[in-house]
Design a protein. Structure first.
Lengths: 492, 613
């Protein structure tokens, strides 16, 4: 059954490409069908046996929803795909077809990667999804699209190479080529012989794919340049591939994950602070909405890496970190997708994304202002919206299992140093990372202020009205952001 | 089922806010009615509980399950007197403000559904803080009140000043929340719990330095929310919001949340957790705020700004009392202040509406003759604020001064000085606005406010007078086992009477009885400094935000773009190109070099084969 989650969009893409059916409509139908299928597979586990490893045309397929993160990530991919194809705005009919095909392929690649038990397939699906991303940026991007597309290609190509090396080493040393096989090997007591090398390769590879500092500079220009549905799908869904991989492997190693990833944990803590603080300040200085959102997406990855570090530091005995990361990945995916969707609509209405030339847009389009405000507030972690649940759980998880050091101390100074001596590297990193809450409030509110509030600016005066499909696509995502904010889907 | 009735306090306003916003955005009357009804319902429910309605302990909901019990993130409600009586203040004033808003916002062209939805969100979030059974829930409410305050300050968002003020309020609060969140996490670390009910007695075995750091971090949250120095800058700007909002959020309830939170911590952790150093920091910050704000208030001309600085100054009093471990006195003052300050703001709102949105007191004048009832109510609030014996503010201020004298006389004298300043600026305000002749066209034609505005004023005026007496205070002051002390004439009484007389005398001596058309104190450099808020806002805007933050972010951006992107990406590209050029040399198309290479290869092969290497 799970194979249909892959086949339906591929067939739809083939129809659009070969039979020239209308791009947006076909893609939308396919997205809705896959959403329904996916919902059925997740909500009713009996419909899909324990691991879903069925056969297709006599060949065994190794798709599974049994991996700890795969259900939540598949949900994310399915939801964002619907909104991305529904809200698509291509310049021409032909362009619409290629946009729709790319969107479907990216989504297929992501879903395939999140469901694969086989590690080579897991890797291959992601590579498949990257190709349309590059092509779309190169052909339909904003700004200096060729340079940006090539930069991203080089970065991600190199990262994939490093990652492949890491995965191959891991699989060879563990004598297993599937996630379930790896788990069995770990249970049998087999451990890789060069853990630090493997962890380094994996962190560098996966990290670059998730735009870990200092390998982040490809991301913001790529998102800013990419056509709206591509930016939504890549920033929202595909980018989570790296974190998905790290967390899945860490969960497989369970209590032994510290032996693998532990040797890089302190380095990772410094790098993720680079994401939160350094990129945070880069975000503040942006003057275009798309650049700002691209950077903000890079910045928020820091918190998920923080959850990873907390998980490793506790040797996997930190379920809150895992849960918080899962929730934040889902929430961030939905939020950033909605923000990019609305950015596309703002650009279409005002024909600019320069923050200073807009203003007062909420007076012209109150609904757009409301939705952008909701997404912006969600992304800066307002309670009752999805991101807060994830962020807060991660913060708490960093202090899980921490107890203050020795209680005897003499004098104020020695006591303060004692307190900091009691704080481990994860806790200290968290204290710094919390400043990111202030940073994100500054840039998001500033952008909202400049775009939507104040006098109606020159560009805002051009705004007319949104089509109902635009609104539907945005409301669809907004609904889930609110829903998951009030009732965090901890069961997934 | 019935024991879960208290959850209505939270759910009702939230649901109403959502319905207002989503379903009735085009029908403000329905939205307003719904909000009003929800406020009335929660008020009625609150009164029922205070009258002794027993429904049992409300259930808790595990929001984020974890297998380790102490890490479970629960949502639960506390129903002790501290919470329920505070709820009465919140829902009571909330109801009156909803009512007042009907009159105040009539004829406003902005989206009123959004306004009332904002009020309902605020009621929800404030309830969340007050009834929270743990710090997670407090934090959720904490952030949500900040959001509703953002929403309502920026209600007229097409005005640049309102939009900027809203942004400033939210970000300043976030700075405080940064510390608050650290405090919450440290609390979890050192107490092993975030539930108020489980914190008691755990402070004993913990190093004082850790307690100090934790308490000060938690206090940061109160510094932001209760607008204490140095994060006080957002509150005066918040006056850009509609006046009923200023009354409810920025005077009576939300800004008092910091004080409430500190008292809640003192009650549940025990005062032993508040180490001497932490208390000293808290009391000093409170005292600085009280003095600073009172001084600035003496030279403000905008009626709402005078009241805003007065709020700051009174909040400073309360925080000082918390720092002196006099939580009871702090809550007493919070409670009386809520009534009389809401009254003052709503009175100011009525005046502003009747003078056609004129807020400058120097353009008013002679209002006592034209709107006597409103002015009378306003005077009742003023008397309570300047602590004339017999009015509610007198009793609570005495309680704080008594506590200060007992614990640390320095704070007593600071409090007395602030009392004199308070009398001075309030009497100045009343003289200029209400006496003499009208100095502006609109003030000349001002008429009494309508019934929806007068009714809340009258109710609040009654509360401003009587709420300090034992028969009502014992029943309503949000503190477990509160008991209004028998009042005795002693040093605090003489000193505060002296302060009152000095303030009154100075104000009358300088401003006469309303004959003057301008401020005799204006024009010198002290006055200019005070009118510019002692340049603190300017310092933040120009140096911290415009200078350091902007410069830092631009430098970072430059390094990011030039070095990291440049060196890594371009460097990689450069290396790749070089390797390419190097390698292209071996296939340069020249037959001769191919032959040479091939020949060399043969020689090497033969060499290897021949010598069996």
């Amino acid at each position: 059954m799970l194979i249909w989650l892959i086949l339906v969009p591929v067939i739809a893409a083939a129809c659009i490409g070969l039979l020239k059916t209308p791009g947006r409509l076909t893609a939308l139908i396919s997205a809705i069908i896959t959403l329904a299928l996916g919902a059925a597979a997740i909500l009713c586990p009996e419909c899909c046996a324990e691991s879903c490893t069925g056969t297709f045309l006599g060949m065994p397929t190794q798709f599974t929803l049994a991996l700890p993160l795969s259900r939540i990530m598949v949900v994310l991919a399915l939801l964002v795909t619907v909104a991305a194809v529904a809200g698509m705005k291509a310049p021409s009919k032909d362009a619409e077809r290629s946009w729709a095909i790319s969107a479907l392929l990216i989504s297929t690649g992501a879903i395939g990667a999140f469901m694969s038990d086989n590690i080579v397939a897991f890797y291959g699906f992601h590579e498949l999804a990257l190709i349309p991303t590059f092509i779309m940026i190169g052909c339909y991007g904003r700004g200096s699209r060729r340079t940006i597309a090539w930069t991203a290609t080089i970065y991600l190509g190199l990262a994939s190479m490093v990652l492949l090396a890491g995965l191959l080493l891991l699989c060879v040393q563990m004598h297993a080529w599937t996630f379930s096989g790896l788990y069995a090997s770990v249970q049998a007591g087999i451990m890789p012989s060069t853990p630090c090398l493997i962890a380094g390769l994996l962190l560098a590879g996966f990290g670059t794919l998730v735009s870990l500092f200092p390998f982040h500079t490809w991301a913001a220009p790529a998102y800013a340049s990419a056509p709206t549905p591509i930016a939504m799908l890549h920033a929202g869904v595909l980018k989570k591939f790296g974190l998905y991989g790290l967390f899945t492997l860490a969960a497989i190693f369970g209590p032994k994950c510290g032996e693998i990833f532990g040797c890089w944990n302190n380095v990772l803590l410094v790098l993720l602070l680079g994401n939160v603080l350094w990129v945070g300040y880069v975000t503040i200085s942006q003057t275009r909405l798309d650049d700002m959102l691209g950077n903000s997406s890079v910045m928020h990855m820091g918190y998920i890496f923080l959850a990873f570090a907390a998980y490793i530091a506790m040797n996997g005995n930190n379920e809150l970190a895992f849960q918080g990361a899962a929730l934040l990945m889902l929430a961030h995916g939905l939020t950033i997708a909605l923000l990019f969707l609305l950015t596309g609509q703002i650009e279409q209405q005002t024909r600019t994304l320069e923050l200073d030339s807009m203003g007062g847009l909420a007076t012209k389009l109150p609904l757009l202002g409301f939705l952008f405000g909701l997404a912006g507030m969600a992304s800066i972690g307002l309670p009752l919206l999805a991101n807060f649940a994830g962020e807060f759980t991660i913060f708490v998880s960093c202090f899980a299992g921490w107890t203050p050091g020795s209680t005897e101390c003499t004098g104020m100074l020695s006591c303060i140093s004692n307190l900091f001596a009691g704080l481990g590297p994860v806790q200290l990193a968290l204290l710094f990372a919390l400043w990111g809450l202030v940073i994100s409030a500054i840039y998001m509110l500033r952008a909202f202020r400049r775009i939507f509030e104040g006098e109606v600016g020159r560009a805002s005066a051009r705004a007319t009205r949104l089509s109902w499909l635009d609104i539907a696509a945005a409301v669809f995502l907004a609904f889930f952001i609110v829903l998951f904010g009030i009732l965090p889907p901890t069961c997934l | 089922m019935i024991q879960n009735l208290p959850w209505l306090f939270l759910l009702l306003p939230l649901v109403v806010a959502a319905i207002d916003w989503v379903c009735f955005s085009k029908r403000p009357c329905v939205a307003a009615t719904l909000s009003l009804l929800s406020a009335a319902a929660t008020f009625a429910l609150c009164v029922a509980y205070l009258l002794g309605l027993e429904t049992g302990t409300p259930g808790t909901y595990t929001w984020m399950p974890a297998s380790v019990e102490q890490l479970n993130l629960h949502l639960g409600l506390v129903m002790d007197p501290l919470a329920m009586r505070m709820m009465l203040v919140v829902t009571g004033i909330g109801l009156l403000v909803h009512l007042f808003s009907l009159g105040y916002m009539k004829g406003d062209s902005s989206n009123l559904s959004r306004y009332f939805a904002g009020l309902s969100i605020f009621m929800f979030s404030m309830t969340c803080i007050v009834m929270a059974s743990n710090l997670v829930m407090t934090f959720i409410g904490w952030e949500m009140v900040g959001f509703s305050s953002y929403l309502l300050i920026g209600h007229w968002f097409h005005k640049d000043s309102a939009a900027d003020a809203a942004k400033k309020a939210f970000i300043t609060n976030r700075v405080g929340d940064f510390g608050f969140l650290i405090g919450i996490l440290l609390t979890l670390g050192i107490f092993g719990t975030m539930n108020f009910a489980e914190m008691g007695g755990k402070a004993a075995g913990i190093a004082p330095a850790m307690l100090t750091v934790t308490i000060i971090c938690l206090f940061c949250g109160a510094v932001g929310k209760s607008a204490q120095f140095p994060l006080h800058v957002w509150l005066p700007d918040a006056m850009e919001g509609p006046t009923p909002v200023s009354a409810l959020i920025h005077a009576a309830t939300m800004v008092a949340a910091g004080v409430y939170m500190l008292v809640r911590l003192q009650v549940s952790m025990g005062t032993a957790a508040f180490t001497d150093t932490a208390c000293m920091v808290i009391a000093t910050v409170g005292a600085i705020t009280a003095v600073l704000a009172a001084i600035i208030a003496t030279q403000q001309d905008d009626i709402k700004r005078v009241l805003a600085y007065s709020t700051l100054s009174q909040l400073g009093y309360m925080v000082m009392a918390v720092g002196l471990l006099a939580g009871e006195a702090a809550m007493f003052h919070l409670y009386t202040h809520a009534w009389f300050k809401a009254l003052l703001f709503l009175g100011a709102g009525a005046i502003i509406i009747c003078c056609h949105h004129e807020q400058d007191i120097w353009k008013m004048g002679g209002l006592a003759k034209r709107m006597p009832l409103t002015v009378l109510c306003f005077l009742m609030g003023t008397f309570a604020l300047i602590a004339i014996p017999g009015f509610s503010g007198f009793f609570s201020k005495e309680a704080i001064l008594d506590a200060a004298l007992a614990k640390c006389p320095v704070f007593f004298w600071v409090g007395a000085g602030v009392a004199a300043l308070t009398t001075f600026y309030m009497v100045r305000l009343c003289i200029v606005a209400f006496l003499g002749r009208a100095r502006d066209h609109w003030a000349e034609h001002a008429k009494e406010a309508g019934a929806t505005m007068l009714l809340p004023l009258l109710v609040l005026a009654v509360m401003a007078i009587i709420s300090g007496y034992g028969f009502i205070a014992d029943w309503l002051v949000p503190f477990e086992g509160f008991h209004a002390h028998g009042f005795s004439v002693g040093l605090p009484f003489y000193v505060s009477m002296g302060a009152l007389v000095i303030g009154l005398f100075l104000a009358v001596a300088i401003y006469g009885f309303g004959k003057r058309g301008n401020d005799p104190l204006a024009g010198n450099f002290i006055s200019r400094a005070l009118r510019n808020r002692l340049y603190i806002d300017t310092l933040y805007d120009k140096v911290l935000i415009g200078g350091i933050q902007e410069m830092f972010s631009h430098v970072v951006e430059f390094i990011d773009a030039a070095c990291i992107r440049g060196l890594l990406a371009q460097g990689l590209a450069w290396i790749t190109t070089r390797i390419g050029i190097l390698l292209s040399w071996i296939q340069n198309g020249s037959l001769r070099s191919y032959t040479v290479a091939a020949g060399l290869g043969v020689v090497i092969l033969v060499y290897i084969l021949a010598f069996q290497l």
